[in-house]
Design a protein around this ligand. Sequence first.
Ligand SMILES: CC(C)(COP(=O)(O)OP(=O)(O)OC[C@H]1O[C@@H](n2cnc3c(N)ncnc32)[C@H](O)[C@@H]1OP(=O)(O)O)[C@@H](O)C(=O)NCCC(=O)NCCS
Length: 154
Amino acid sequence: MPKKWLDTFVDFHNQIVPQIPVLDMENGELPIDKADLLARYEQTIQRNGIAISVLLIENKTEIIGFSAVWIANKDKSTIADGGLTAVAERWRKNNIGTFLKAILLKYLTEKLPNINLINTSNSSINVPVLKINQTLGFEKKADEFIIEFKNSIL
Ligand SMILES: CC(C)(COP(=O)(O)OP(=O)(O)OC[C@H]1O[C@@H](n2cnc3c(N)ncnc32)[C@H](O)[C@@H]1OP(=O)(O)O)[C@@H](O)C(=O)NCCC(=O)NCCS
């Protein structure tokens, strides 16, 4: 994440958090602060991991939405852990959430060929996320939705 976007990203993320269904919050989506986020990025990089966030920006100043993924080891990992996907309220229902997550999956398939699975999780009451995951080819396995890239529609 470019450093100049960190403050805006943290503000946007924390505006979204109260809008996440409580059941999904239990999966770990809590308010963040800049220092913690930087520390998490730093720790990830030190372990040869990578965090990728696709941001959609308006007027070069505002975030419309983002979708994120974390990979423990960028050379060895075959699995990516889906992070939060979020879209500003006024932009919702325009397929932006689907678009952002699709772009992220496309980037992963092209840039990190070791990755053959991505997992994500959401509660059954989060209808838009369920639809996004189904559209992109995620399948429910145990408690998580998993996508195998060979089955991806991308
Ligand atoms: C989840 C979220 C990112 C979806 O963003 P979005 O841009 O509105 O999503 P899309 O427009 O791509 O919608 C995907 C599908 O869900 C449907 N949908 C969107 N909002 C809906 C709602 N409130 N109720 C029912 N269906 C909805 C869309 O019509 C679309 O269906 P389709 O594929 O049949 O056309 C957004 O609602 C959000 O930021 N929520 C808060 C954060 C959150 O809960 N993130 C996920 C945590 S696991």
